[in-house]
Design a protein around this ligand. Structure first.
Ligand code: ASP
Ligand code: MG
Length: 418
């Protein structure tokens, strides 16, 4: 069994959906599970609906354009498939019902009920098309096996429960070859049957979850770029393809902000030694990147990642007491409670400095910390991470910039730049 994942960009219109079938014709010889994201920018559009719902605004007129867009694509890629059209209609009716019922009082829970529908719609359409061109695929509801806790909008996977559910609902399908299953990325379900989501861009992680549960032989993420690069080709010239790197290296790169793969994707694959391929859906002959356990190519090319819009916060106890375990654990607890991720940290005797994304959450946290600490911050910073650095690369990337903070380990150099 192989797992293929198609992101929103790859299914953004009828041509994209048809291209999924092309990819399958070339590469899907055996059993296959296909994980699909919401079409194009649907998730963003659904987020707006979720905010309207939370604020008690009438959002019903926003549904029409979404319906039109999905209906038109379905009718183009699966003409005459009344059954799928009916099913799509029913899943749009769910959205209208949610909006009609109004807020449940929990913004995050409502968000998940609304935003998850994007993946339900896109998979209905992709599945309808695959059947239309003769693939005999089946639509599979990811919520039957992706069991999570109730932390809405960034749910944690309950692995033992997933394994038990997969034995009942998924393995029997997978044991019945040849099989082509089409399922949703990004979404899961609590034990109480409430839909959850795994965090934005979480479909890669879903692909890894399914691969893990099925002991898949590989995962392929089909993207609008031809693989993983040593830097974002949209921001830097002379970028180079990382044709082969280890899980460990890919985890480091995605953790530091390389946006090609969702950071949680690699751990489940590494645990079962399932290789990950990142390939271009528009250039099927391009070899792409391979990520597996072999690390011999990791250090051949310096990789660099720039995270924009960072706040560099410096926290000092009001009585100038030393930064020690007690106040550190208090500070960390507040970051955890507010769900603010620390991207970099450093301490001196009396000051603790952190870099975080500039967000309303971070700003609120600063105000809270000010009750007990002296807090100063620099806004508009960038966090530059360079893996396998050399002097020439560091010089090129930092020259002419003000360096507010610098940290180096053997493999990684990091800078807060203004
Ligand atoms: N549709 C979701 C998002 O846009 C999940 C994904 O695409 O991976 O964040
Ligand atoms: Mg995506």
């Amino acid at each position: 069994m192989k797992v293929f994942k198609f992101g929103g960009a790859s299914v953004k219109d009828a041509a994209g959906v048809r291209n999924v079938a092309e990819v399958l014709k070339h590469f899907a010889l055996g059993d296959l599970l296909i994980v699909v994201s919401a079409m194009g920018k649907t998730t963003n559009a659904l987020e707006l609906l979720a905010w309207d719902l939370a604020d008690g605004r009438d959002a019903m007129e926003r549904v029409g354009p979404l319906w039109e867009q999905h209906r038109v694509v379905l009718e183009e890629v699966a003409p005459g498939d009344g059954h799928s059209l009916h099913e799509l209609q029913a899943q749009f009716e769910r959205l209208r019902t949610l909006l009609r019922n109004g807020s449940s009082g929990s913004v995050d829970r409502d968000y998940d009920q609304v935003v998850s529908l994007g993946e339900v719609w896109s998979t209905l359409i992709v599945n309808a098309h695959l059947r239309h061109v003769g693939f005999a695929s089946e639509w599979f509801d990811a919520r039957q096996v992706v069991r999570t806790d109730g932390r809405h909008r960034s749910a944690n996977v309950d692995w033992p429960a997933c394994e038990a559910l997969a034995r009942v609902h998924l393995r029997p399908l997978a044991d019945r070859p040849p099989v082509r299953l089409v399922t949703q990325g990004f979404i899961g379900c609590t034990a109480d049957g409430l839909t959850t989501t795994l965090g934005r861009e979480g479909s890669d992680f879903s692909a890894a979850i399914f691969a893990y549960l099925l002991d898949a032989e590989s995962v392929t993420i089909w993207k609008d770029v031809p693989g993983m690069f040593n830097a974002d080709p949209k921001r830097f010239l002379d970028t180079r393809l990382l044709s082969h790197i280890s899980y460990r290296e890919a985890i480091e790169l995605s953790y530091f902000g390389a946006s090609v793969i969702h950071p949680r994707t690699l751990q489940p694959l590494q645990r079962k030694q399932i290789p990950l391929f990142v390939r271009s859906f528009s250039d099927l002959s391009a070899p792409g990147s391979t990520i597996d356990d072999r690390s011999e190519s990791d250090s051949l090319i310096p990789s660099f990642i720039l995270k924009p819009a960072q706040l560099l916060i410096s926290i000092t106890p009001r009585d100038l007491s030393f930064i020690v375990e007690e106040n550190l654990s208090d500070i960390f607890a507040r970051f955890a409670q507010r769900n603010v991720r620390i991207d970099l940290m450093q301490n001196s005797a009396v000051a603790f400095s952190v870099a975080v994304d500039d967000s309303p959450r971070s700003r609120r946290l600063i105000e809270e910390l000010r009750a007990d600490y002296e807090v100063r911050y620099n806004e508009g910073c960038e966090l530059l991470t360079v893996r396998h650095y050399d002097d020439a690369t560091l010089e090129r990337l930092t020259s002419g910039r003000e360096v507010l903070l610098e940290q180096r380990s053997r493999a990684t150099a990091r800078f807060i730049l203004k």
